[in-house]
Design a protein. Sequence first.
Length: 129
Amino acid sequence: MKKIKTVLAGLLLLQHALWGLDASVTYATFKAAESQYVEIGVFVVGSTVSFVSIDSTLLQAAVEVIVLFKQNDAIVRFDKFTLNSPEVKRPRDFIDLKRYALGPGRYDLEVTIKDLHQEDNAKVYTAGF
């Protein structure tokens, strides 16, 4: 019986390690006369991040989001913020949307999302536009 419990516990840990943070990053560009705007959307699957108790009935997750805009391997703009989930009774998905003004040109985008309650649960997304 003890072996079965140990195997099941190991499988649950392995399952979580294999799945890890599940989040999607979308972006859209908009051009104006002298600049362009980039809208970044972040969607986090609630079941893949750690929710902690904030009182006797509610839970909340928090992820750190780092957004880097690069040109020729140099960082030209960045943003770092904490995205908190809504206060909920059970884990659920959550989203955020940010808009950034940039000068004209080609950019490389790097978005890092890290679970603040489980440091090794992170993802990095890259794109160019």
